[in-house]
Design a protein around this ligand. Sequence first.
Ligand code: NAP
Ligand code: GDD
Length: 346
Amino acid sequence: MENNMKSALITGITGQDGSYLTEFLIEKGYMVYGLVRRSSLFNRSRIEHIIEKKPDQLKLIYGDLSDSSSLNRILEKYTPDEIYNLGAQSHVGISFEIPEYTSDVNGLGTLRLLDAIREVGIKPKLYQASSSELYGRVTESPQTETTKFHPRSPYACSKAFAYYITQNYREAYQLFACNGILFNHESPRRSENFVTRKVTLSLAKIKNGYQDKLILGNLEAQRDWGYAKDYVEAMWLMLQQDKPDDYVIATGQTHTIRELVEIAGEACGFNIEWQGSGLNEIGIDSVSGNVIVETSEKYIRPSEVDYLCGDSKKALEILKWKPKTSFKELTQLMMISDLKNLTQID
Ligand code: NAP
Ligand code: GDD
């Protein structure tokens, strides 16, 4: 590493955001250290292209947010200028099945990282991946940095602990630490069990005859969806300010799951019409007359977040950040990517 080169450690580098952030930082000339977990199957498909193109600017290191000694060792050895804590068990629905594990990685994992910084005695700037799930049962709309939290899942509770412990280390130890309260953000690299990607991938499979139906849970939920590639820039901007602070990152537009299915369907050549209600609701493609969407209790959560819509005015004023990609553009680009990937399989 050259002496004047800035360095960043990313936890969660193999995930959706980690891969876009790595591209972004490498483009800016950073040396990037990525924390990777051991897994039985190689899971680096999102960053393989970067490893190939920029081997001198990217180094992967084994570690885990549940393993303090690995975090201490990595910080001591690489002393990064910036740390982006993106690592998490990030699936809200699954957090109801593995609440203790989710809390350990997302909540205590953040504390382990903060405390490793303190123990090693370095002063990096830290970004904490906080979430609009903190708002849960919303008390006002749109949600801002001052809206009250009401978490509705073990995931959201674990992120609440991480949010507050990040603020505490900022106040107690003068650490430059920021919470980015990011609303849902998606991309063609989104894992297949989040609703946007599930919809685009399933519709592409139905179109190509690999699958009959798309089975979903709550169609009424509303989300403020943005493009992950736009959002990683906001993470970096937070760490370039003079003072650490917390920021909402969102588009300010909200849509139902039903609208998501309609727009993705349109981009795929379907015309989806709805019949019935609740768990009996179905989506019919009026072009073929086939039922292609059904609902199932399997995907209904014990407690749901019905509505999210963020106000990122503070990010616009201070970071000069605003989203570049509309919901329709995002859905279309995800749909096109999944259709293209399936055609390549043929
Ligand atoms: P993602 O695709 O699920 O990626 C999660 C990453 O965390 C993966 O690299 C995963 O590694 C890693 N990880 C999981 N457990 C770990 C552990 N014990 N130690 C170290 N790393 C671990 O998530 P994402 O969508 O990129 O989100 C990034 C972060 O932002 C997460 O903290 C998420 O909760 C938060 N967030 C996301 C959104 C959103 O809409 N995407 C919105 C708000 C906040 P493996 O590849 O080995 O599993
Ligand atoms: N995953 C999934 N699968 N969700 C479904 C389905 C389905 O089949 N059917 C309906 N939904 C509904 C969920 O009940 C939820 O209301 C909404 O679609 C969005 O679900 P997800 O895409 O799983 O995302 P999320 O909003 O729960 O969580 C994501 O965004 C958070 C930020 O608000 C994750 O990325 C979190 O890590 C992130 O913090």
